[in-house]
Design a protein around this ligand. Structure first.
Ligand SMILES: Cc1ncc(COP(=O)(O)O)c(C=O)c1O
Length: 374
């Protein structure tokens, strides 16, 4: 049976990986500044992560959500401690799209309304409501297009108020730093305005932290820079360092009841151990401090880069924007310099999403390569 061909692939086959490096079948070493799309947070094959998951799978890998699972409570408590988001409750699922889908569904249950407000260049995943809230007509099937969604310009508070005032909107969903779209971020005034309007019109305020959360920006969540309080916070990617896990943090204003949400695999034993280990390592190795330090170093180095139009993003969610398409440069970085980087919807943007363990010497390798190519 052949594979359903939905991805354009680089002809590289990684078979092992260690911290910020991956190795192919011929043992060629690649510097991974992409982290498998912002997923690798504590480094590939971190020894504590390998040990904890191995020990857990040898005891018990899975049971359904019909029994007590203290590993879920442990994870919830640790997220609360490191994020400082007090009083929220945790629902666990398996991916970013699923987290957003559950967030939107919960918002609809809670408010009794069904329309979504989302923003241009936003990306929220490929499931039913999440994809409908994503600004990319090519990935929305007619089935998904049945959802009622208003896509507005990021920053357009007047448009948001006009739409919310009709009183049929269950949720406003926003990435505080757009990932796939190209690392745009609006102002604190805009995000505060969104929060106020959501309160005024009984609408859930969803902060999609699937890519930007779990320490990637140097804060636990990207929204925290703006001092707002979202109603629902979807999380995934860096949460499991590669083990599939997602979740939503739910503000205490929304009350749980049996049957409201559910999943077979979400919150399974292995996923909980993976994510708790990620949090322990972030804390023990001071990784959020490392993010700030390396990010500042990157910003400084970028100043002397020729042909750079702008530097976007923050923390270790960064983009180098040039005034030419970067596809060829990216290929050269991979094949000639053995460095993985990411692309974005904006064709001129090179995305840098390394493990939070990355060091200055790795950033130097990237800039040396860029300088000799530009
Ligand atoms: C902000 C954001 N939300 C949601 C998703 C979807 O996550 P997943 O691919 O795990 O379904 C992504 C994936 O890139 C994302 O960047």
């Amino acid at each position: 049976m052949s594979l359903f061909n939905v991805y354009p692939l680089f002809d590289i086959t990684p078979v092992t990986a260690k911290d910020v490096y991956v190795f192919d079948e011929k043992n060629t070493k690649y510097l991974d500044l992409y982290g498998g799309h912002a997923v690798i947070s504590i480094g590939h094959s971190h020894p504590k992560y390998v040990k904890n998951i191995s020990e857990q799978v040898s005891k018990m890998g899975f049971y359904s959500n019909s029994i007590q699972n203290p590993l879920q409570t442990k994870l919830a408590n640790k997220i609360e401690e490191l994020s400082g988001c007090e009083g929220y409750e945790l629902f666990l699922c398996n991916s970013g799209a699923e987290a957003n889908e559950n967030a939107l569904k919960l918002a609809s249950f809670h408010t009794g309304k069904k329309k979504i407000v989302a923003f241009k260049n936003g990306f929220h995943g490929r499931t039913s409501a999440a994809v409908a809230a994503t600004d990319n007509a090519k990935i929305i099937a007619p089935l998904n297009a049945q959802q009622e969604v208003e896509i507005l310009e990021l920053g357009d508070l007047v448009g948001v108020e006009k739409t919310l005032a009709k009183n049929d909107v269950c949720a406003v969903i926003v990435e505080f730093i757009q990932g796939v779209g190209g690392l745009d971020e609006s102002t604190t005034e805009f995000y505060e305005g969104l929060e106020a309007l959501c309160k005024k019109y009984n609408t859930s305020f969803i902060a999609d932290e699937v890519q930007s959360g779990f320490g990637r920006t140097g804060d636990f969540f990207a929204f925290q820079k703006h001092g707002v309080t979202p109603t629902i916070i979807p999380i995934a990617k860096g949460m499991g360092n590669g083990f599939p896990i997602g979740g939503i943090l739910i503000h205490p204003s929304i009350k749980a009841s049996f049957g409201l949400l559910g999943t077979t695999f979400g919150g399974n034993h292995l996923a909980c151990v993976a994510s708790s280990t990620v949090l322990e390592v972030i804390e023990e190795e001071n990784l959020m401090e490392n993010v700030k330090e390396i990010s500042a170093y990157f910003v400084e180095k970028a100043k002397s880069l020729p042909k750079l139009k702008s530097l976007k993003g923050r923390g270790l969610m960064l983009g180098l924007e040039f005034d030419f398409p970067v596809a060829e440069l990216r290929k050269k970085l991979i094949h000639e310099y053995k460095i993985f980087t990411g692309s974005a919807k904006n064709p001129n943007l090179l995305r840098i999403l390394p493990s939070l363990t990355v060091k200055k010497e790795h950033i130097d390798v990237l800039f040396d390569a860029l300088k000799s190519e530009l």
